[in-house]
Design a protein around this ligand. Sequence first.
Ligand SMILES: Nc1nc2c(ncn2[C@@H]2O[C@H](COP(=O)(O)OP(=O)(O)OP(=O)(O)O)[C@@H](O)[C@H]2O)c(=O)[nH]1
Ligand SMILES: [Mg+2]
Length: 297
Amino acid sequence: MKTPLSFCHLRQLRNRMPGNITSIRNQTLISSTSRPLQTDTKHDKLGVQKQDMFRNPLSRLQPYLQVPILSDKDEVFAPTHTEIEQGWCLFRNDLQKKHEIRFHTAVVRSSKLADFRMPEVAFLGRSNVGKSSLIQAMFSEVPNVEVRVSRKPGHTKTLNFFQVGKSFSLVDMPGYGYNMPDHFQESVEKYLQTRRRLCRTFILIDGQVGLTKTDEVGLKMMEEFKIPYVVVMTKIDKAGRHTLVSNLLSFLEVRNNSTGHCCFPQPFLVSSKSGEGLALLQTFIAYITGCIHVEGL
Ligand SMILES: Nc1nc2c(ncn2[C@@H]2O[C@H](COP(=O)(O)OP(=O)(O)OP(=O)(O)O)[C@@H](O)[C@H]2O)c(=O)[nH]1
Ligand SMILES: [Mg+2]
């Protein structure tokens, strides 16, 4: 009998993805004669300028690839500047309009949790990939909301709910893989499989490290559980351009070979340190939770 998949099987997987995904990389990176790809030096890191805050980081990488990152048949999220501003505004307190962001609750088991009567979006990924940092960065304009981050993997141990006005909740979760909590199956997996108002799960992948075996199993399990998810590549400020392009292509190859249809085709690239990509992600969250309308989708 086939053993049901569980994230708990990921506890031991700490090794990196074996470097067998080379086919797309080799074919599609523009050769060094046509447009030089710099090596991963400190100068090569993505330094975000203020005017770039609303820009999709993918657009910086596209010139280095011969094929489009997203094909014509992919659903592409490309909001206008005004729509991004609308999405971004939801992540700030506006007490006059009674839009308040606050920490709501921390639980291990969600089965007894009340229905908060608003959509929820959850953040999942390997321990230390940057889940809590991403939520912290999205709430950077809300000083009274504390989101704890740590260099030590396995820091977040509970499902932490943050309420964004009456619009939606963001759920920070324990990471899987190294130092994952024993209750992971009962807490996180159960939540993912049973929570009625969970509208999308964001799976975070480290942009510098790339897709690991652990991440691959995680993605496979989302397909198996039939849970709609979106991939977010984190820490892009740390990754050199070449590394980032390569890791992005590895993910796209896995996505293209996946038989399921739960993955939103467009990956989001973010840095919680520089802020790059955050406004676009915030707008996407506002859009999928039904808070804003985006033309052309
Ligand atoms: N340079 C850089 N470092 C980051 C970024 N995001 C997170 N980090 C660092 O990565 C480490 C882990 O971050 P967390 O946000 O605690 O990671 P997590 O996924 O919540 O980890 P667990 O709760 O242990 O599962 C911390 O030292 C962060 O400062 C980023 O965008 N850029
Ligand atoms: Mg955390």
